[in-house]
Design a protein around this ligand. Structure first.
Ligand SMILES: Cc1cc2nc3c(=O)[nH]c(=O)nc-3n(C[C@H](O)[C@H](O)[C@H](O)COP(=O)(O)OP(=O)(O)OC[C@H]3O[C@@H](n4cnc5c(N)ncnc54)[C@H](O)[C@@H]3O)c2cc1C
Length: 391
């Protein structure tokens, strides 16, 4: 009999896990608590480590993605507009790593993955939460919010940063707030003054804040995300914020950046939560359950790799599930292998994301040192070969 994976959560991690399972010859059933499969959020950058996986799964060619390949990453000083450093993306990145560096909208990636899982025959259940699961016996025994019992061979815990299932398995409390707030906006390129349109990924670094913008939707929209420390504490996920939300916390910005902020009609605001870097394989697998994505390793978005790590998790899960599709390897052993192969890399990305935040937001001597290092180290400081080479 074919083995079956039960997936809790229909975000990027859950959809990719279900797709990986089907490609490994498993059946897959996915439960999403929201009444419909849809993704909020805004832009995403995907490095070659991630786009390589999507290409292998045939998702990268889906026109729903409307991905954009920015030619350069430019790092600039938010107060005077100076360029601090740049990294060639586009063809250079593809030549170096064999896969593109792309910018796209999260909803578009979600839609393409949803189409792929539907075509692959994943059974989808919207409007149902996985409330609890026993994962230590001969099978996974789960209960949904409708009170139904579901049995499967393995469970993918992909229920995001607020993961209730992680609490049942690890009991290590909620992911704490970082004190940083993300403000996000999506602008139509046509509505922007020509001087503010750019094909590049631009990262503006200022004291205790930074802002990143890049084109998405095949270049028709500009995604803007600003991160500020200690901004009026946002407690709710994805709340509306006033047009001047950033000006209130970020002073002395250069004219070009101020003009960009003035072009933003309204922001959505997210408090940023993370966890300490993964401490060991026990945080990524437990019995017949594997943890993926933000449920396993929520991170600050300063290396732009949260969704990337979710996709890598799913790819690794696919590998270990392939090994036990024929029942030669038992499921808990396969998931242990998954966790062993993933935890150190995820922890490294979490650490690097935190470090980037400190460097991006630097003041005083640290800032002067950063700027000098950028001038002398150039591209080598912005490229991350150990990450982009992938798994
Ligand atoms: C400002 C910002 C910028 C970012 N930029 C980037 C970037 O450039 N590149 C990048 O790679 N990443 C980026 N990220 C990170 C990325 O968005 C996340 O890491 C990724 O979306 C996490 O996906 P997920 O599927 O693990 O979690 P989620 O997207 O949170 O999905 C979890 C899903 O599970 C559902 N759910 C919850 N509980 C249950 C349950 N019990 N049963 C069933 N369903 C349940 C939820 O409704 C939700 O749909 C950014 C994040 C932020 C905040």
């Amino acid at each position: 009999m074919t083995r079956e994976l039960l997936v809790a959560g229909g975000g990027i991690a859950g959809l990719a896990a279900a797709l990986g399972a089907r490609r490994a010859g498993w059946e897959a059933r996915l439960f999403e608590q929201a009444p419909a499969f849809s993704e909020v959020g805004a832009g995403l950058q995907l490095g070659p480590n991630t786009t390589r996986i999507l290409a292998g799964w045939g998702v990268l060619d889906d026109p729903l993605l409307r991905a954009f390949a920015p030619p350069r990453l430019r790092v600039r000083d938010a107060t005077d507009g100076r360029e601090l450093g740049h990294l060639a993306l586009g063809a250079a990145m593809e030549a170096r790593y064999g896969a593109p560096y792309l910018a796209l909208h999260r909803a578009d990636l979600h839609a393409a993955l949803l189409r792929a899982v539907t075509d692959a025959g994943v059974r989808l259940h919207a409007g149902l939460r996985v409330d609890e699961a026993q994962v230590d016996g001969e099978a996974v025994l789960a209960r949904t919010s409708a009170g139904t019992r579901v049995e499967a061979d393995a469970l993918a815990v992909a229920d995001g940063v607020w993961s209730g299932l992680r609490q049942q398995l690890l009991g290590d409390g909620p992911a704490p707030p970082t004190g940083h707030v993300a403000l996000r906006a999506l602008l139509s390129m046509d509505d922007l003054p020509v001087a503010l349109r750019s094909d590049d990924v631009q990262a503006w670094l200022g004291p205790r804040m930074h802002l990143v913008c890049y084109p998405v939707r095949a270049g028709q929209a500009l995604n803007v995300v600003a991160i500020a420390e200690g901004a009026a504490a946002a407690s709710e996920w994805d709340q509306a914020a006033p047009q001047d939300a950033l000006q209130a916390v970020a002073r002395d910005l250069c004219g070009e950046l101020r003009a960009l902020l003035e072009a933003v009609p309204a922001w959505r605001m997210w408090p940023v939560h993370d966890r300490a870097p993964v401490r060991g394989p026990h945080e990524m697998a437990h019995g017949r359950a594997a943890l993926l994505g933000d449920a396993a390793h929520p991170m600050r978005p300063y290396l732009a790799q949260g969704a990337g790590m979710a996709l890598e998790d799913a790819f690794e899960l696919h590998r270990v599930l392939s090994a036990c599709a024929g029942r030669l390897v038992d499921v808990p052993t396969a998931l242990k292998r998954y966790a062993l192969n993933r935890w150190e890399r995820c922890a490294r990305v979490q650490r690097r994301s935190r470090r980037n935040g400190t460097i991006f937001h630097a003041t005083g001597l640290l800032r002067a040192g950063r700027d000098m290092a950028m001038r002398t180290g150039g591209e080598s400081l912005l490229d991350v070969p150990w990450l982009y080479r992938g798994i």
